[in-house]
Ligand binder design. Structure first.
Ligand code: ARG
Length: 465
């Protein structure tokens, strides 16, 4: 490459007389990752060019040549014929250089009234906007799987745990639907993020705006933005939208990691609450009996990686003065990685939810352990003997102590023994001690009763439509 060519490829070589050092090109170059913004960059260029024609900033003749060139570039990209080279710094340089090869001199007019600073901010907003759509679809797919699994487990009774200790019997469907709520809020969170980022930086130039009579509303509308961003300095230098996006990814993946952890626990031999089909289990190279929940473990771990991406962005942005600094180039890999990782995790989680089968006998067995219906007993004392709850709690405690010391369940304590603790107790108390009764009696709004769960499932179905 001649010196002149070398400078030209830089877009900004005019005032420089020496060639760029190889190390500088390496650290400066972003094409390795910002090629993913190809489509967005091209669309933004098309909109910009149309606006320049519309506003008589470039001639119709030049403008049409540019549009034809861009359309050819689009085809080349679509057919995987577009050539990327490490010699050109970034996606903007690539498209402009190729345009120059195709149409010659008028290519140089496309960059009138814009800067790579407003270009990149625009591209990234467009890219995240579309990625949010894709993520929302994947979360919805997961929600559909959760509903299906819940439907087959409306009256599957399991121990509900607090502090990982038996608390009260619940239904497996109820437990799964708790995740439905979390993931549903995640969809909404992504939506809020999308609504807020959907403003156009294009036309802000490098920092100050431009002397040309541009129409920012035109490009904003053309690219599907709600409106042009109000402040050009903010437009080129803010990345809170990227932080918000990775933060939404982080929260979503945090929820996924909690569910993963439960899958790991439920699948463990001592629990054996669920069976994961072969298609989602892995074996051990040494231990032939093993059946491992690798996908769940990885989804659990990958959340750490996504939080790392969020942290990267926060640290890159912290203390960064206005307006654009090249530091901002470091935002992209974090955003892309959070997106790629989350997508994979969502698909893996859907796969697992589709492929688990509840071990109902086992769940029921453990639902009965640990005096899980003790609260039902206390509630019975409140309702039938009009005891204050505190006193009922005390009495129940005494009964549990009796059962525990004689290695019996609550149901195995005789009426005589109960009446020794409180003579007003009658045989009806036995009715509330079964886990089935316990579960069916929790009919409060949001409660675990299968009757309520059926309603919740119907509502959930409506909500994802
Ligand atoms: N690759 C750059 C980025 O990702 C594009 C903007 C470059 N702007 C500049 N003034 N050098 O941020």
């Amino acid at each position: 490459m001649t010196d002149k060519e070398n400078k030209k490829k830089l877009m900004w070589g005019g005032r420089f007389s020496e060639n760029q050092d190889k190390v500088l090109s390496k650290i400066n170059s972003s094409i390795g990752f910002d090629k993913r913004l190809f489509r967005q960059d091209l669309n933004a260029s098309i909109a910009h060019c149309e606006m320049l024609i519309e506003q008589d900033i470039i001639t119709k003749n030049d403008g049409e040549k540019i549009l034809t060139g861009l359309s050819q570039i689009s085809d080349e990209f679509e057919n995987s014929n577009f050539k990327f080279t490490n010699d050109l710094e970034d996606i903007h340089t690539h498209i402009e250089a190729r345009l120059n090869e195709i149409i010659g001199e008028p290519a140089g007019r496309l960059h009138t009234a814009r800067s790579r600073n407003d270009q990149i901010a625009t591209d990234l907003r467009l890219w995240i906007r579309q990625s949010i759509d894709e993520i929302q679809i994947l979360i919805k797919d997961l929600l559909t799987s959760i509903i299906k699994q819940a439907e087959t487990n409306i009256d599957t009774i399991m121990p509900g745990l607090t502090h990982l200790q038996t608390a009260q019997p619940i239904t497996f469907a109820h437990h799964l639907l708790a995740y439905f709520e979390m993931f549903d809020r995640d969809i909404l969170r992504f939506q809020n993020c999308k609504d807020r980022l959907n403003e156009s930086p294009l036309g802000s130039g490098a920092i100050a705006g431009t002397v040309f009579n541009i129409d920012r509303n035109y490009t904003s509308k053309k690219l599907g933005f709600e409106r042009p961003m109000i402040n050009s300095i903010d437009a080129v230098s803010s990345r809170d939208f990227a932080v918000e996006f990775t933060s939404c990814c982080s929260i979503n993946s945090m929820h996924l990691s909690r569910l993963s952890e439960e899958i790991v626990i439920w699948m463990s031999e001592p629990f054996s609450f669920i069976i994961l089909s072969d298609s989602f289990s892995t074996g051990s190279s040494m231990l032939p009996q093993k059946r491992n929940p690798d996908a769940a473990e990885l989804v659990r771990a990958k959340s750490g990686r996504i939080f790392g991406d969020l942290n990267t962005l926060l640290v890159v942005l912290k203390g960064l003065p206005l307006a654009y600094s090249k530091d901002l180039q470091e935002d992209k890999e974090a955003v892309f990685d959070a997106y790629d990782t989350l997508k994979l995790c969502l698909m893996a989680m859907k796969g697992m939810i589709d492929n688990i089968r509840a071990n109902k006998e086992r769940m029921l067995h453990y639902a009965k352990c640990g005096f899980s219906t003790a609260t039902d007993l206390a509630d019975w004392l409140v309702i039938n003997l009009n005891l204050p709850f505190r006193e009922a709690h005390q009495t129940t405690g005494e009964i549990i102590k009796l059962a525990e010391n004689s290695n019996r369940t609550l149901q195995e304590i005789s009426l005589e023994e109960l009446m020794k603790i409180n003579p007003k107790i009658d045989e009806n108390i036995k009715n509330v001690l079964s886990v089935e009764n316990s579960v069916y009696s929790k009919c409060s709004f949001g409660g675990t009763s299968p009757i309520k769960i059926k309603e919740a499932i119907d509502l959930a179905k409506e909500r994802i439509e």
